[in-house]
Design a protein around this ligand. Structure first.
Ligand code: UD1
Length: 421
């Protein structure tokens, strides 16, 4: 299993290109199941989660070709497809559940393994089920699989989501594009990845309005056609790399970054004393003077502070002057990075969903490991600021969501290398 060694201390200088968004690509790929014509995605990120979704779509009978060194995904499901998403693939990645809505809309039936819990929380599927049932599906749980059927096809409905779930909004939105009549999803998620999915579905001929407002109206159509769509920039990769110069010092330009993707996060960086400037190519981030200041952070659905940047922000606040309070409201168990950061000398007290971080002068390198993607990258960031060497194991989590992370950080002057073992 690979590990990454980071030697802290060097200020960073240079440019980092931001890849296409993992979470957008993972919902755009299953959208191919909605049409018999080809769907081509450009600006795709090269990540193991994308390989897992490729494997899942191929197991359903889709043709998926990775072109231009993985930057372009050409997909086609012109032939009869299989409607069973197997546990062996689904268990690797929760986002596999995003084939449920498209399969149901296309085939009138879907059998999709329940994804199960994951390290950050239980993550149920009730909202996905409730929404698809409102569209006329019957869904039963048997042998760990959701068996969904829509005899006579899906019909438009009014659906209110108890929680503005990203995945449930995506599954219902995709299914509703081919339902008969009008669907209105209220309290829908407003994450930029939903906007990207709506844009792609519109390019395929779907009729969708209001995705930025939290109330999405979909007028069902008989069929969708092929399209070519460019995946939006990854706001979580962007935020993560914005924290690299914030924690290590220096100035880095993130190519393709826009403030609108990370507004709430930028406000917290500003309060901490980090400068962020929008340029014509992206965002320039700098920490020039001394330590950052403590700030309080509460994770919220978009446009609030993203839960997917909470662990990385905690790494920064471990080195801030003063005490910061981080409140996690989206996932019940998302502070597993705290004990690892404490092994590096951080002072953190976790009580339920609240972590109190008292900044220290300097973190110290240590061997660490993490149980999820964003927790792992927070340890890399901490390593950039730490005295000595930090060895991060279980790097496969990082490869799920960060394309060539060590190359990108090395290019701006970080001392970081991957060791194969
Ligand atoms: C997506 C992102 C993930 C991000 C999360 C929140 C992808 C592939 N993943 O995950 O990186 O951390 O949004 O921004 O896009 N919930 C229910 N019932 C459901 C569904 C969700 O109670 O049926 C709850 C979850 O347990 C969680 C909250 O709703 O507490 C938000 O989860 P959700 O937005 O669905 O996250 P994902 O779509 O799984």
């Amino acid at each position: 299993m690979d590990s990454i060694i980071v030697k802290g201390g060097a200020p960073l200088q240079g440019v980092i290109p931001i890849a296409g968004a993992k979470n957008a690509c993972l919902t755009l790929m299953p959208a191919t199941l909605l049409s018999e014509e080809p769907l081509t995605l450009t600006n795709a990120p090269r990540l193991s989660d994308i390989a897992t979704m490729t494997e899942l779509l191929q197991s359903l009978g889709a043709e998926v070709s990775s072109l231009q060194d993985g930057r372009v995904l050409a997909m086609s499901t012109h032939q009869k497809i299989n409607h069973v998403a197997d546990y062996d693939i689904v268990r690797k990645m929760r986002a596999s559940n995003l084939v449920l809505g498209p399969l149901l809309a296309r085939e009138g039936q879907a059998v999709v393994s329940m994804p199960g819990g994951c390290a950050i929380g239980a993550r149920p599927m009730d909202l996905h089920i409730h929404g698809l049932e409102a569209l006329g599906a019957t869904i039963e749980l048997k042998d760990g699989y959701l068996h969904a059927k829509a005899v006579g096809g899906l019909k438009g409905a009014k659906i209110h989501l108890r929680v503005a779930s990203v995945g449930a909004t995506e599954n219902i939105l995709m299914a509703a594009t081919l339902a008969k009549g009008t669907t209105v999803i209220s309290n829908a998620a407003r994450e930029p990845e939903i906007g990207d999915l709506a844009a792609c579905l519109r390019a395929m001929g779907a009729q969708i309005e209001g995705e930025a407002t939290g109330t999405i109206t979909i007028q069902g159509v008989d069929r969708l056609h092929g399209a070519t769509h460019s995946v939006i920039a990854d706001r979580i990769e962007l935020g993560t790399f914005m924290l690299a110069p914030a924690i290590a010092g220096g100035e880095v330009e993130l190519l393709g970054g826009r403030i609108a993707l990370v507004q709430a996060f930028c406000e917290k960086l500003d309060a901490a004393g980090i400068s962020v400037e929008e340029t014509d190519k992206g965002l320039k981030v700098a920490r020039k003077n001394g330590r950052v200041s403590a700030v309080d952070v509460r994770t919220e659905v978009f446009p609030g502070f993203p839960t997917d940047l909470q662990a990385q922000m905690m790494a920064l606040l471990c080195t801030a002057e003063g005490t910061s309070v981080l409140e996690e409201t989206i996932f019940e168990n998302r502070f597993m990075h705290a004990p690892e950061l404490m092994r590096m000398g951080a002072e953190i007290d976790v009580q339920g969903g609240v972590a109190t971080v008292t900044g220290v002068d300097r973190l110290k390198g240590a061997p660490v490991m993490a149980t999820d993607l964003r927790a792992s990258v927070s340890l890399i960031l901490a390593g950039l600021a730490a005295e000595g060497e930090t060895l991060v194991s279980r790097v496969y989590h990082l490869d799920r969501g960060y394309e060539r992370i060590e190359e990108k950080l090395r290019a701006v002057g970080a001392s970081i290398e991957r060791v194969h073992s």
